[in-house]
Every structure is written in structure tokens, then in C-alpha cells.
Write a protein that binds this ligand. Structure first.
Ligand SMILES: [Zn+2]
Length: 341
């Protein structure tokens, strides 16, 4: 059956809010990227409120939050932020909430640690290692020269990070306003992304794990060259299969939708097409850079190169781990993938 999502609500303007289920308010916020918006959620929680994801650290977003919060909460406390994963569009303002509203951060431990690793810039700004990783995977000089500038354009994406966390774990049940929300963790897009599922009102806050239109970035970093994030991503789908077909899904990008199971099938088919194309292309030994055009039909410039090669490597490593491809570092120091003998 073709995937045909149902979008029950109209698009909101930035800072506009809408109660999409009882006590659950959708807030649409701008982002300073090509992906220009993110969906955040304010949940009524007894005498106070819980915010799910916080937005990117720019002043404009803090200003919009100020208006939206006073409209929705009427000055009631925001006791808790539940953050789905460490990416700065989600976690960027966790510290701002803590500082201004006394909000306690709840998130999975891997994501909290990963935020502190990323914000320390020991890994994200280790340009020599990133460039070496890309060169080992066949990147030409002109694709690595702009790398430092790209990274430097996005410094300080997190407001001061909270130093303490209330850890949440897979399958944990969280009480919000007398309702039980189940934590569903998943890998692939990040290591321990948390979605929240409330059977009582049939609502899933899916974060970036399941998006209705675009596919989440599934990418390999130099820090984990043998990683298999695409397999972790697929494995997470199993945890969503028992949810009802008509569950209202609240994703971090685009719009709330119904059609979860069709979307899971659609995402699997999307990645399978790319896996098939990569395997076909590796009839002769190829570098990850060589394989990029068989996964991305559009032209990839220096700005997008890191995303494209990271995503390509995730597909290639999946094919290595299932025994379809072999990976060798050749005498010229370059890694090539070829069909398994
Ligand atoms: Zn993300």
C-alpha cells in the first residue's frame, strides 16, 4: 500500500501554538539552516508544565519562546524538559530553560554525555582527524578545504549545557499529568534517541526517529569507523510496530501525522533502494566518495559533503556487516569497498 500520510492540522507560523491533543501544545520554531523549522511540545503537567525538546540557541528563538510560554502557561512553572537527543536544535536551550525557569533536564544518559562531548569540541572540531577520515574514504582536496569553515559557522549551538541530568531509559514509564508515557529508545540518527508514547491518548512524540516526509540523517563519524548506525535505525522500528495504526505522531520536523506503519515501510524501502544501488555500484572496488552519486541524485557541494559521505558510509557499513561487501585499505592508503568473494 502506498504511503499516504494524513496531516490533521494546518501549518503554524513561528511561535504560533496549537493544542493538538488534550494538554499537548505544538510550538513551531525557526532554525537557522536549510531545514528551517522544528516542532517543540509543551505538555500540561499538574500545576506546571513539561517541555519536550527546547530549540536552537539563538536569541530570536528565546524571544519567541518567551511569548509562547506566557500565552500557554500563564506563568505556571516549567518543571521539566524532556529532550529526545543531543542535537542542538533539540537540546540547544535546555540550559536556558534551566537558568530562566528552574527546569530540570530529563534525557537518556548516552545523549547527555554525547552533548558534553560535542560541546567540548574535542571531536567535532578535530579538523585534522575529520579530513584524514574523508581522505581515507576517497575525498578530493576541494571537498575538504571548506570543512573548517562549515564547522565554524555553527559554533555555540547549545546555550550553557545543564551539568546535571535525570536519566531516562528504554521502556521507562513517565507520569505526565496523571498519564503514563512510555520511553522508546532507538539508535541510528543518534545513539540513544528517546521517543515518548502515551497509549491513553494514542499519541507518539517521535522526535527525529520517525519523520513524515524527509528521512533522518543516518551518518558515520570518524570516531566510530566500524559503526553500523543504519542497522541500529532499522532495529528501532520493531519497537514501534505494536503501536496502533491511527496513532497521532508528533515529529520534530514537518507536521503531526497519522500513518505510522506506512511510514516505517516507506523508510525501509527508501534505504533498501539505496543499499541496492550501493551494492550494484561496488561490482568494481569503489571508495565511499565514488558511491555518493549512486545514493544522491543531486549535486553534492563542499557544504553538504560531510552529510553525504557520512550517510553513504552508513549504507556501506551495513552491507559489510551483512556480508555483502568487504572493506579494504589499499596500498595507496585509500579504503575501498568491493563485493564479498
Ligand atoms: Zn536530530
Amino acid at each position: 500500500m502506498p504511503y499516504t500520510p494524513e496531516y490533521p492540522f494546518r501549518k503554524l507560523d513561528y511561535g504560533e501554538t496549537l493544542e493538538v491533543a488534550s494538554g499537548i501544545h505544538w510550538v513551531r520554531m525557526p532554525l537557522p539552516f536549510a531545514l528551517n523549522h522544528i516542532n517543540l511540545w509543551l505538555l500540561k503537567d499538574g500545576d506546571g508544565w513539561t517541555v519536550v525538546d527546547t530549540g536552537y540557541n539563538v536569541q530570536e528563538i528565546c524571544d519567541i519562546w518567551g511569548g509562547a510560554i506566557s500565552t500557554i502557561t500563564g506563568g505556571a512553572p516549567i518543571n521539566r524538559s524532556i529532550v529526545t537527543h543531543f542535537h542542538p536544535d533539540h537540546m540547544g536551550l535546555a540550559g536556558w530553560f534551566e537558568e530562566n525557569y528552574g527546569t530540570q533536564l530529563w534525557m537518556t544518559y548516552s545523549e547527555w554525555l554525547q552533548a558534553h562531548v560535542a560541546a567540548s569540541e574535542t571531536v567535532t572540531h578535530n579538523f585534522d582527524r575529520w579530513i584524514e577520515f574523508y581522505r581515507d574514504n576517497g575525498a578530493p582536496e576541494n571537498m575538504t578545504v571548506g570543512f573548517k569553515e562549515v564547522r565554524d559557522a555553527f559554533r555555540d549551538p547549545w546555550y550553557r549545557l545543564p551539568e546535571t541530568v535525570r536519566r531516562i531509559q528504554d521502556n521507562e514509564e513517565i507520569d505526565i499529568d496523571g498519564r503514563t508515557w512510555q520511553v522508546i529508545t532507538g539508535g541510528g540518527h543518534s545513539h540513544e534517541h528517546a521517543s515518548l508514547w502515551c497509549p491513553e491518548i494514542n499519541v507518539l512524540i517521535s522526535g527525529d526517529q520517525i519523520l513524515p516526509r524527509i528521512s533522518s540523517n543516518i551518518s558515520l563519524w570518524y570516531t566510530e569507523p566500524d559503526g553500523d548506525p543504519l542497522r541500529h535505525y532499522f532495529e528501532s522500528f520493531v519497537k514501534f510496530r505494536h503501536l496502533p495504526e491511527d496513532v497521532l505522531v508528533l515529529p520534530s520536523h514537518d507536521y503531526p501525522f497519522r500513518g505510522l506503519h506506512g511510514r516505517l515501510d516507506d523508510l525501509l524501502a527508501h534505504h533498501q533502494t539505496r543499499l541496492d544501488a550501493a551494492l550494484e555500484f561496488c561490482a568494481k572496488p569503489q571508495t565511499a566518495t565514488d558511491v555518493i552519486p549512486s545514493l544522491f541524485s543531486r549535486e553534492i557541494g563542499a557544504f553538504e559533503f560531510g552529510f553525504a559521505i557520512g550517510e553513504t558510509l552508513a549504507h556501506l557499513n551495513y552491507l559489510v556487516s551483512d556480508g555483502s561487501l568487504e572493506r579494504h585499505k589499499d596500498d595507496d592508503g585509500v579504503i575501498r569497498y568491493r563485493r564479498a568473494a
